[in-house]
Design a protein around this ligand. Structure first.
Ligand code: ADP
Ligand code: ADP
Length: 228
């Protein structure tokens, strides 16, 4: 586990106005931070810089006390969950969850893989579905498999990019509860981008409001709620 520190982070695409402009934010080890703001304000760009999918134009990004600006995504040990989770249709739920461990060649014994996949499946209530194929799962179960694939790596942090936006309202509520439970159980540092007011107000320890690439406000949900 690890805290994440953004220090005067800037992202410019070409010579235009910065997509992210001088953002500084200290996220404590184990903290759950929600990132909100209107479309185009820079949320995805910020998340992609943290994961390493986008170069940082200026500033320092520190994870677990180490500057990672120049580290490749695979060397940052973060797990990202998108709204369009792509599961492998020909693989069982077990193998979908195990996939990141199988990629890390030679690092994990079969016993270790089985243990970790079962732990993830228990946490996400997927234990009875491990032999099934994605096509035979509900939308919520599929989203849980995608989360299983993220948590099985025992990453230093989770990065969620509107993970529930493709689900219907009922399922969204259910998954919201599960994500909160999972994050608290694992105590993994989390950045969670959302458009959803309820997610913003209930999931996180703090809410960061981004506007035109700048951090406008960082406050607890309660502080935001009580504001006039
Ligand atoms: P959000 O996720 O909040 O909707 P984005 O991070 O996607 O915002 O976009 C922030 C700004 O950066 C927008 O003005 C967008 O047009 C611009 N932008 C995003 N990606 C690129 C890109 N690959 N090239 C050029 N401009 C981009
Ligand atoms: P690496 O550690 O080599 O960067 P990853 O474990 O991040 O590899 O991903 C390996 C492959 O698994 C990727 O090519 C990607 O297609 C797929 N994958 C991993 N996680 C996800 C995810 N959350 N959503 C969709 N595809 C994923």
């Amino acid at each position: 586990m690890a805290g994440i520190t953004l220090q005067n982070i800037v992202k410019k695409y070409g010579d235009g106005f910065p997509a992210v402009n001088d953002v500084s934010l200290d996220i404590a080890d184990g903290e759950f931070v929600i990132l909100v703001g209107p479309s185009g304000c820079g949320k995805s760009t910020l998340l992609r810089m943290v994961v390493g999918l986008e170069d940082i134009t200026d500033g320092d990004l520190t994870i677990g006390g180490k500057r990672v600006n120049d580290k490749a995504p695979r060397d940052r040990n973060l797990a990202m969950v998108f709204q369009n989770y792509a599961l492998y249709p020909h693989l069982s739920v077990f193998e979908n969850i195990a996939f990141p461990l199988r990629l890390a060649k030679g690092k994990h014994s079969d016993a270790e893989v089985t243990k970790r996949v079962n732990e993830a499946a228990d946490l996400l209530e997927l234990r009875e579905h491990l032999e099934r194929k994605p096509a035979n799962l509900s939308g919520g179960q599929r989203q849980r498999v995608a989360m299983g694939r993220a948590i099985v790596r025992q990453a230093d942090a989770f990065l969620f990019d509107e993970p529930l936006s493709n689900l219907d309202a009922k399922l969204r509520g259910q998954m919201r509860t599960e994500i909160a439970r999972m994050q608290r159980r694992l105590g993994t540092t989390t950045i969670y981008v959302t458009h959803d007011q309820t997610e913003a107000m209930t999931l996180g320890d703090r809410v960061a409001v981004l506007r035109k690439g700048e951090l406008q406000q960082v406050a607890s949900p309660r502080e935001l709620y009580e504001e006039p």
